[in-house]
Design a protein around this ligand. Structure first.
Ligand code: IMP
Ligand code: MG
Length: 174
């Protein structure tokens, strides 16, 4: 087995502080309305859980599963829906909640798919983005942190399904 090391990039306290800031902004922007949060499994589970509880507006919660073909630390170009949402989104204000925007392929695919179901609006909240790696343009309305082009794990993010339960976001190094 290769020797992998973890280096803390964003400590848990900073993640929590930033999520509270994002929740304040979202609550103000959607003031007087309710929002339907759609988390992308599995990476967004902790971000969604913390964000949802910090909101001061009513929120509904649903999840979509999307997987890219292939494994490893590089996103592939092709994605497929592995679990559809359960709620009807017609006429709803939808906020997609994602762990990290890398190439942009996942979110482009999901936004196109959900737009066909005639929601009132679709916005994106992403905890992290790697702007250097963008291949498809994605407008992120609520962004936690921009990070350099390094592979990160923790706070929901995995490497081959490991490390999701770390409290901090860490760079995985050889
Ligand atoms: P995109 O479709 O290339 O934007 O990829 C987004 C998905 O790739 C994310 O939802 C993650 O599941 C995965 N991903 C991209 N970068 C990382 C990373 O640094 N660590 C863990 N997963 C990542
Ligand atoms: Mg993901």
């Amino acid at each position: 087995m290769s020797d992998l090391k973890l280096r803390v990039l964003i400590p848990a306290s900073e993640i929590q502080q930033r999520i509270e800031e994002l929740a304040r902004k979202i609550s103000a922007d959607y003031s007087g309305r309710s929002v339907l949060l759609i988390g992308i499994l599995k990476g967004a589970c902790f971000f969604l859980a913390d964000l949802a509880r910090a909101l001061t507006i009513p929120a509904r919660i649903d999840f979509a599963g999307i997987s890219s073909y292939g494994q490893g630390t590089v996103s592939s170009n092709q994605v497929k829906l592995t679990k559809d949402i359960e709620l009807c989104i017609e006429g709803m204000d939808v906020l997609i909640v994602e762990d990290i925007v890398d190439s942009g392929v996942t979110l482009t695919y999901l936004c196109d798919l959900l737009a066909k179901r005639r929601p009132k609006s679709i916005r994106i909240a992403a905890l992290l983005e790697k702007p250097e790696r963008r291949r498809q343009p994605v407008e992120i309305h609520y962004l936690g942190f921009q990070i350099p082009n390094e592979f990160v794990v923790g706070f929901g993010l995995d490497y081959a399904e490991d490390y999701r339960n770390l409290r901090d976001i860490c760079v995985l190094e050889q």
